[in-house]
Write a protein that binds this ligand. Sequence first.
Ligand code: EPZ
Length: 432
Amino acid sequence: MEKLLIRGGKRLSGNVKVSGAKNAAVAVIPAVLLTDEICIIDNLPYIDDVIVLKNILSELGAKVSLSPNGRMVIDPSSVKRYIANSEEVKKMRASYYLLGALLGRGGYAEVAFPGGCEIGARPIDQHIKGFESLGVHVDIESGSIRARADKLIGNDVYLDVISVGATINIMLASVRAEGTTTIVNAAKEPHVVDVANFLNAMGANIKGAGTDTIKIKGVERLSGCHYTIIPDQIEAGTFMIAAAATNGDVLIKDVIPKHLEAISAKLVEMGVDIMEGDDNIRVRGCNRLKSVNIKTLPYPGFPTDLQQPMSVLLSIAEGNSVITENVWESRYKHIEEICKMGANVKIEDRVAIIKGVPSLKGAPVAASDLRAGAALIVAGLIADGVTEISNVQYIDRGYECIEGKLISLGADIKRIDDMGRIIPTKKSAAVI
Ligand code: EPZ
C-alpha cells in the first residue's frame, strides 16, 4: 500500500492544467457500446477508474487502446458479451452505466452490483424505475442486476430525486429506443451535458441537457465519432481550495469558469481573490480566511464532491462555519482524521460545525474515499510538519498525477511504498 508524505507550509504558486472530467469519462466510455463504429475520445484523465473501464470494455470484447496523453480509441464492433460481472466491474460505482449502454446496444444487460466510495447508501432505484418505464424487465439476483427488453419504447420518466447516474443511464438506454423519452427533474451537472453532447456527436437526438427536462428522440443507429471530454470541475475546485489554503497564487488552466461559480462565490466570501479568464482561473489567497456556511446541492449548487476539501479550508478560517451535506448521508469520514491534526469540528447528523483554528499539525491519517483523500492532501499542505496519508489508492481513482501537479506548484510531497521506499513521481501529460 502506497502512502503520501506531505511536508506542509509551502505556498503554492505557478500554473496547473486540469485534466478531463472523471465523471464524464466514466459515462462516455461505456456509451461507446451504443455503436459498432470506432470512437476516439480525447482529454480523458489518466486515472485508475478510466483504466478499469478500459479493462471492462476489453472483457466485453471491444478493442481498446489508451495512451497516457488521455486518448482512448475504442472499436466496439466485436462486442458480443452482455454480462459484466468481473472483479473490475465490482471496483467502481460507475459500472452501473454498463446497464444503460448494453440495454441500448442489444436490449440485455447483466451487471454486478457497483462498488465505489463508501459515502452512504447508494441506491439505484431511480435507474431501475427509468429502465422499467422504457419497457425493461429488471431482476436483482445474487449480487447482479439483470435487465432485458424485447423492445425499448420511449416514455416519460419523473425522477423522485435528482440523480446524475439515473439521468445519464436513462439517456443511454433510451437513445436508440422507439419514440421519445422525457426525463423530468433531471440532473443538470456539466458531465450530464457532456454525455448528451457525446451522444449527439454519435447521431443521437437529445435536447434540454443542462435543464431539468431532457427530451430524447430515439434514433435507429449511432455512428463512431471523435470527441473531447470537458475539464474536471472537481479537480479544478480542489486546486482552487489548495491554492487558497496555502495563501498561494495559482493560475488553474483549461477550466470552464462557469462550472466553478459556486466554489468561486464561496471563496470570494471567504476573502480569497478570484480572477476568471476565458478558460482559466487565478486564485490568490489571503492572510486571514473568513468563515462561511455551505449547503451542498445538485448543480448549480455547491457540489458535494468539494465539501470534504472545503471543510479543511474552513477548519483554518476565522470564526465558526456550518456545513450541511444534503446529498450523501455519510460524507464526513475525513473529519475524524483532520481532528487528529488539530481541527475543531463537531458532527451532528448531516451538519458539521467547524470552529476555525490558527493552524493544523501533521499526523498519520487515512483516506476513506476519493474526496476524503483530496481533503487530507489539502490538510497536509497547510499543516506544520509531516502528514502521512495512507489509502492513496482512493485518490488515484480520480485525480491524475496529483502529487506531480502539486510538486510543480511548489508543494513538498513524496510517495512511498509499504517498505518506505520513495516511488518516483509519475509524469502526467497535464503537468506543464
Ligand atoms: C455522481 O454519483 C458522482 N459519481 C458522485 O461523485 C457525486 O457525488 C454525485 O453524482 C452527486 O453529484 C459519478 O458520476 C460516477 P446521484 P451518483 O445518483 O450518480 C440518491 C465522486 O467523488 N439516489 O446523483 O451515484 C443518492 O442516494 C463521486 O466523484 C437515489 O435515492 O449520485 C444521493 O443521495 C462520489 N436513488 C442522491 O440521489 C437513485 O436511484 C444523488 O445521487 C440514485 C440516487
